[in-house]
Each structure stands twice: as structure tokens, then as C-alpha cells.
Write a protein that binds this ligand. Structure first.
Ligand code: IPE
Ligand code: IPE
Ligand code: MG
Length: 249
């Protein structure tokens, strides 16, 4: 299990089920979000201990802006509190923090704290933590297309030069490997506009566990399942075992 191929370089998670966790307790949904913030710590401890290089957490989708104003407001408060309380500790632990998504829609104070967190932690190498906030996979592809279109218009890029590598380089997570393992908690079997481009060859793992109930045992199950899978990247099994290679980078 110590084989580096058995450990995802990049783990991407849809942290789902906060609302239901609270509703089952007859409590307001916002309480579930607060409990979910504690589960982030569990997850982070696990990833640091396992040596996972990049952890991407889907915290707030582009569609989540359409939730009731009260819930959105409570989530903004929670983001702000986490930015105030957690960033220094993450920095101390050597985490580099990145935010991916349309951040222009967030309150200015949150945008400023996101910028500061990225700046302060830019040189850290223990783990990359990408927080997908105001993120949508379709939005990401559209903003990359828009950047490329501008470059073509300005004469700095020939349309023929656009290939998959170049396109990837204009996406939000440029420079990071594609996720090896995707986890969604909360029991729903869908991607919900998460990393549409980057999940092309990612191994998917779903659990009924609601995000606030996440524990190391559940994460271990996902890791063990991942370690047992054969990733073929379009090749045959014989090819894969013959070369013992496979990389969709
Ligand atoms: C995920 O939990 C957190 C966010 C989307 C912000 P939900 O709030 O979606 O919880 P459920 O899916 O309604 O239980
Ligand atoms: C996906 O969960 C987004 C986040 C966890 C941040 P949703 O709860 O928004 O997804 P749907 O609506 O069930 O597809
Ligand atoms: Mg949900």
C-alpha cells in the first residue's frame, strides 16, 4: 500500500450531505454546514498523513448561489470565519491554499481574505488545498475558451495551436495533476458540475456517509478501493500490466 501509484496524487471531493445531516436532527441546515467544517479537518489530517499531494474540496458551486438567501448568507459567514481562523494553522502545517471559481461574486472582504491566504501560503509544499468556491465545471471551460479567444483575437495565438494541453493550461487548476480519485459523500451519484474536464479518467467513489460524519475509516475504504483498481486509460488490461504504466496527465 506504500506504492506511490496506490496513493492518489490528487484527491477531489464533493462534500455533500450537510443539510440532510442537520435535517435528520431537526436542526437548521446551517448547523450541518458548521459540522461540515469540522469534517474538513478530519479529511485534511488524513491527506497529510497519507502524503496526498493535492486535495480539492467542492465547497460551493456556481448553482449554490441560487439557494435561499439565508443559507447563502450563513455560508458566507462560515467561509469568513474559516478564512480568519484556519489559514494560519494551515500555513503552519505547510499547506498551499488555492481558490478556484468565480470569486468576483463573493463579498469583497472574502475575496480579499482569499487573496491573502493564497499569497501567504504560496511557497508551501506539504499539500495543495484547492477550495472550489463559486465553481462550476462548465464555467471553468467557458472561461478558458474566453481566454483563448482573446489571445487569438490579439494575434498572440493561432487557432491551430490550441490542443488539449494548451486548453488545460487555461483552466483554473492549470499546473496541477488531474484528480486520480473522486469522492462524493451524501449518497447521490452525480458530478453536479464539478471538475468536468479534469475528471476524464478519474476513479469515482461514492458513499452514503453524510459529509459531517466523515471519518478516517471511510476515507481508508476509498483509498483501499482505489488501490485495488486497474486504471487502463483506454488501453487493454494486457497493455497496462505489461507496461505497468498509465498516466492521463
Ligand atoms: C453540501 O451540503 C454543502 C454545500 C452545497 C454548500 P448540502 O448543503 O448540499 O447538503 P444536502 O445535500 O442538502 O444534504
Ligand atoms: C454539490 O452539491 C456542490 C457542493 C457540495 C459544494 P449540491 O448539493 O449542490 O449538488 P446537487 O444539487 O445535489 O446536485
Ligand atoms: Mg447537497
Amino acid at each position: 500500500m506504500s506504492d506511490s501509484k496506490r496513493i492518489p496524487r490528487h484527491l477531489a471531493i464533493i462534500m455533500d450531505g450537510n443539510g440532510r445531516w442537520a435535517e435528520r436532527r431537526h436542526r437548521p441546515r446551517t448547523l450541518g454546514h458548521r459540522a461540515g467544517a469540522r469534517a474538513v479537518q478530519v479529511c485534511l489530517d488524513f491527506c497529510l498523513a497519507e502524503g496526498i499531494g493535492t486535495l480539492t474540496l467542492f465547497a460551493f458551486s456556481s448553482e449554490n448561489w441560487n439557494r435561499p438567501a439565508e443559507e447563502v448568507g450563513a455560508l458566507m459567514k462560515l467561509f469568513l470565519r474559516m478564512l480568519d481562523n484556519e489559514v494560519d494553522e494551515l500555513h503552519r502545517r505547510g499547506a498551499r491554499i488555492l481558490f478556484v471559481g468565480e470569486r468576483g461574486e463573493f463579498p469583497a472582504v472574502i475575496q480579499e481574505k482569499m487573496r491573502r491566504a493564497e499569497l501567504v501560503t504560496a511557497g508551501n509544499t506539504a499539500i495543495n488545498i484547492c477550495i472550489a468556491a463559486g465553481y462550476g465545471g462548465r464555467w471553468d471551460i467557458v472561461q478558458a475558451a474566453r481566454k483563448l479567444a482573446r489571445e487569438v483575437r490579439d494575434g498572440s495565438l493561432a487557432p491551430e495551436a490550441i490542443d488539449e494541453t494548451l486548453f488545460s493550461s487555461r483552466l483554473c487548476m492549470a499546473g496541477l495533476p488531474d484528480p486520480d480519485l473522486f469522492i462524493r459523500t451524501g449518497g447521490d451519484l452525480r458530478i453536479s458540475n464539478f471538475l468536468l474536464w479534469q475528471l476524464a479518467y478519474t476513479e469515482m467513489w461514492f458513499t452514503e456517509t453524510l459529509w459531517p460524519d466523515l471519518d478516517a475509516v471511510t476515507l481508508r475504504q476509498a483509498m483501499d478501493d482505489f488501490a485495488s483498481r486497474e486504471r487502463r486509460f483506454g488501453l487493454t488490461s494486457a497493455q497496462v500490466s505489461g507496461t505497468a504504466q498509465g498516466n492521463a496527465a
